[in-house]
Design a protein around this ligand. Structure first.
Ligand code: ADP
Length: 478
């Protein structure tokens, strides 16, 4: 049966991206559509959406959404991109801002977004079988649909709520229950269904009120059932029992394709891996590193937050630099990490390049020009950077957690199996030992070529995972 699916996300590539959620929202719906389903995507209309897309937006309807005492104008604008319809929820006072995720009004922004999405459906004449919600921004939608929208139009709609990162939960004071969410304070305070640790918790709403919860790898789903990884919400995850399901993220193999990627210096594929060397040389030139084909070049592209394991790197950076490698870093985030990499970039100007910014095009150049790619995360729900690096023939060194554990098998010298390097404990010297081992193996050109080709030819596209989502949706509809 052809399903109607509405995919709801706070960020969608290429319109607005800060991390992996945007990659997923920009590629999974396309994969579902390719399988013959009617899929549409909706996100807020932010100021930061590039002009090239903003120009193309067509206004289709407007109405007012009631949020507690607020009565807000909502415009719905649309664009067809790569054959898919995207809807943008327009409200200038809440979405037209510079640092959208840092706004003090986030609790209103995303409650309004959720309600506006539900209000929009009759106007655009689209009654989905499934509304697929993503991360805390969309938790209130699951709650509203169950509690407030139970007339004929909405009654049969089912929700899937995907946790991309349990750490970010959207927690706000309980005064917002009435003042923002427009719900009865005592009813919800007593039931405890939207409150955690004395605060209203949007992530918990998604977990409790959706029909099915998913997360982005099987290992992460197991991990978040435990207090260590559960970010305080492990009890809520356990409460949903078998209704929490792990489906590994895929990668958009059209967007990330070294064979025709316009962002990289020179296109190549697995039958012509020498092309990587040209990318390495040009990257070294552009970043003022020593031109040296033999020195292994290690890439790191990351948000700079504790989750990403950067403390391990800080602990042994001097020892890492004794390994005769080059290190190219790209990222932004907490000042202590930014300053650390900046300082090391100055200390080793011909071997370390610290690029403290968000730069999509440079990211691609690093995937293409690096030999090794470091992802030492403390936890990692799925992780896309290790998948992108494999696709570009840069061999990942990862910590065995979450999706990193599910996608990277350590290279085994005896059997020749494996597609990367990994270490189990969150320990800087275990990481150092693993980098050293990878660098040693890099010196064996035959083994290395095999690893590069194996990485580039492995399949982490959406084909398999999109099928798993369809099976899951179908189970909810029947
Ligand atoms: P997370 O969602 O936790 O940030 P993922 O590995 O799932 O981590 O996804 C990160 C995505 O963001 C990848 O596509 C990566 O290339 C991209 N990315 C992260 N930081 C930067 C940056 N500074 N510049 C460009 N792209 C970045």
């Amino acid at each position: 049966m052809g399903l109607k699916i509405l995919f709801v996300s706070a960020e969608v590539s290429p319109f607005f991206k800060t991390g992996g959620l945007a990659d997923v929202a920009g590629s999974l719906p396309l994969a579902l559509k390719k399988m013959g389903h009617d899929v549409r995507v909706v996100m807020p209309e932010y100021k930061l959406i590039p002009e090239e897309y903003r120009r193309e937006l067509k206004h289709i309807c407007h109405f007012r959404t009631i949020l507690s005492w607020r009565n807000e104008y909502i415009g719905v604008n649309t664009i067809n991109h790569r054959g898919l319809d995207y809807y943008f929820i327009d409200n200038k006072s809440f979405f037209y801002q510079d640092n959208i995720y840092e706004s003090d009004a986030r609790h209103v922004q995303y409650a309004l977004f959720c309600k506006a999405v539900l209000d929009m459906l009759p106007y655009i004449d689209f009654k989905p079988h499934i509304i697929h919600c993503n991360d805390w921004h969309t938790g209130p939608l699951c709650l509203y649909l169950k509690e407030l929208y139970n007339n004929d139009f909405y009654r049969d709609i089912r929700t899937v709520f995907t946790i991309h990162n349990l750490k970010y939960q959207g927690q706000f004071g309980t005064e917002i229950i009435e003042d923002v969410l427009g719900l009865n304070f005592y009813e919800h305070y007593n039931r405890g269904d939207i409150i955690h640790n004395g605060l209203v918790n949007y992530m918990k709403m998604g977990i409790i009120f959706s029909d099915m919860v998913t997360s982005v790898s099987k290992s992460y789903v197991e991990e978040i059932r435990t207090p260590y990884f559960g970010e305080g919400l492990d009890y809520a995850i356990r409460m949903r029992g078998e209704n929490v399901y792990g489906i590994l993220n895929g990668l958009d193999y059209e967007e990330y394709n070294p064979g025709n990627d316009c962002d990289i210096y020179h296109n190549y594929d697995s039958s012509n891996t020498e092309g990587k060397l040209i990318n390495k040389k040009r990257l070294q030139e552009e970043l003022n590193l020593k031109l040296d084909a033999e020195q292994p070049l290690v890439g790191l592209i990351s948000r700079f937050y504790e989750q990403k394991g950067l403390d391990l790197i800080m602990a042994v950076m001097d020892e890492i630099m004794t390994l005769n490698i080059q290190f190219v870093v790209l990222g932004t985030g907490e000042a202590k990490y930014e300053n650390f990499f900046r300082e090391y970039g100055l200390r080793y100007p011909d071997r370390i390049s610290a690029n403290i910014r968000y730069d999509h095009s440079l990211a691609k150049k690093i995937y293409a020009g690096s030999d090794l790619f470091l992802v030492p995360s403390r936890f990692e729900p799925c992780g896309l950077t290790q998948l992108i690096s494999l696709r570009y023939g840069s061999i990942p060194i990862v910590r065995e957690t979450g999706g990193l554990r599910d996608t990277i098998q350590p290279y085994n010298e005896y059997t020749g199996e494996g597609n990367g390097f990994s270490f189990r404990n969150y320990n800087a010297h275990d990481m150092l030992y693993t980098i050293r081992r990878a660098v040693d193996i890099y010196r064996n050109k035959d083994i290395w070529r095999t690893l590069v080709i194996r990485g580039m030819e492995s399949d982490f596209s959406w084909d398999k995972s999109a099928g798993e989502y369809i099976a899951l949706y179908s189970g909810l509809v029947n």
